[in-house]
Design a binder for this molecule. Structure first.
Ligand SMILES: Cc1cc2nc3c(=O)[nH]c(=O)nc-3n(C[C@H](O)[C@H](O)[C@H](O)COP(=O)(O)O)c2cc1C
Length: 333
């Protein structure tokens, strides 16, 4: 029997397919469907810094009635809309999910600044979270802010969150970082037990008739796998942290590639949103069948087998590959 087990953030998982942060587990019954279909762990949707601050400002307002700073402060905060419930309900919901499923549940905290809001990492732990994922989703449009300052801020934030919890901490990163291996190492030194690659950024589009900026959310396909695949391959063996691949995991082959690059888990959301819960069992069945056909005994045996340090041609991940690809591209006839 092929052994699909893996470990991630010190958790023993029955297979490497994890449901990444998404609205899917918003209903406990859907979390159960994810578990029944076979995922080995669930990352909850994020609790946002803005949401926590929003609520504490509201509380402040009621405690200090008469000040007029409230309305102004509130306008800086984006509307979370219906994506998420308030911070306290989030924590209650996490506790409810823990009662509903027996697989690990990872809480997700999304924000960028240091401060009181990070205490919610601790509250997630107290509610039973098996680990916390910190998603630092930030786009700097400020010409005065240097990359160094931004990265220093990330590192300090990770230290702050890590200091407040005993459960493992994973950090979800953006691909838009100049020297990812360096930042990855600094984050691990600051306390990250795992790195989740990558956030998908949702790009604004223009409505030319209304002259408005419109929000877009395009779900991924397997082509989106290649970006995290390259970086997992490069980071494997260079940082002392578990690597998780997210973006473009739609098939068993995608999971296999993630494992061979060096990931401990492959996370999926778009595939499940597009095809329903059944896609999970299809992927796991295909994974097992592929491994049997290719005589692999275990997932752990293949992890990192195609990382940059293991392949015959390490330059395939770097600049020389770019030059080669361009020179091999055929012109139009
Ligand atoms: C509708 C939707 C909601 C999401 N919500 C969150 C979230 O709350 N926190 C987070 O870190 N990532 C969130 N993500 C990102 C996913 O966790 C995942 O990293 C991303 O979609 C790439 O994986 P995929 O290609 O399997 O979709 C969301 C994605 C989608 C499509």
């Amino acid at each position: 029997m092929t052994d699909l087990t893996t470990t991630y953030l010190g958790l023993n998982l029955k297979n490497p397919l994890v449901a990444s942060a998404s609205p899917l587990p918003k209903k406990a019954e859907n979390a159960k469907k994810l578990e029944d279909a076979g995922v080995s762990a669930i990352v909850m949707y994020s609790l946002f810094e803005e949401q926590i601050i929003h609520e504490s400002l509201e509380l402040d307002h009621y405690l200090t009635r008469g000040t007029n700073s409230f309305a102004e402060a509130m306008t800086y905060l984006p509307d979370i809309g219906t994506y998420n419930m308030g911070p306290d309900r989030y924590v209650d919901h996490l506790a409810e999910l823990k009662q509903t499923v027996s697989i690990p549940v990872i809480g997700s905290l999304n924000g960028v600044s240091k401060g009181g809001w990070t205490r919610y990492a601790r509250l997630m732990q107290d509610a039973g979270a098996d680990a916390v994922e910190l998603n630092m989703y930030y786009l700097s449009a400020d010409p005065d802010l240097t990359g160094q300052e931004l990265e220093d801020n990330y590192v300090e934030l990770v230290s702050e969150v890590k200091a407040s919890i005993d459960v493992p901490l994973a950090v979800k990163l953006s691909p838009f970082i100049t020297s990812l291996p360096n930042l990855a190492r600094r984050l691990v030194s600051a306390g990250a037990d795992g790195l989740v690659l990558f956030n998908r950024f949702y790009q604004p589009d223009f409505d030319l008739e209304e002259l408005e900026v419109v929000r877009t959310l395009t779900l991924s396909d397997s082509r989106d796998l290649l970006l995290p695949l390259r970086w997992i391959s490069i980071l494997h063996g260079k940082v002392k942290a578990d690597l998780a691949l997210t973006s473009g995991v739609h098939t068993a082959l995608d999971v296999l590639k993630a494992m061979m690059a060096g990931a401990k888990v492959a996370m999926s959301t778009s595939a499940i949103l597009q095809e329903g819960y059944d896609v999970i069992s299809f992927i796991l069945n295909d994974l097992q069948a592929w491994m049997e056909a290719h005589e692999y005994e275990s997932i752990q045996q293949m992890q990192g087998s195609m990382s940059q340090q293991s392949v015959a041609e390490p330059a395939a991940f770097e600049r020389s590959n770019y030059i080669q690809i361009l020179s091999e591209f055929r012109d139009l006839p």
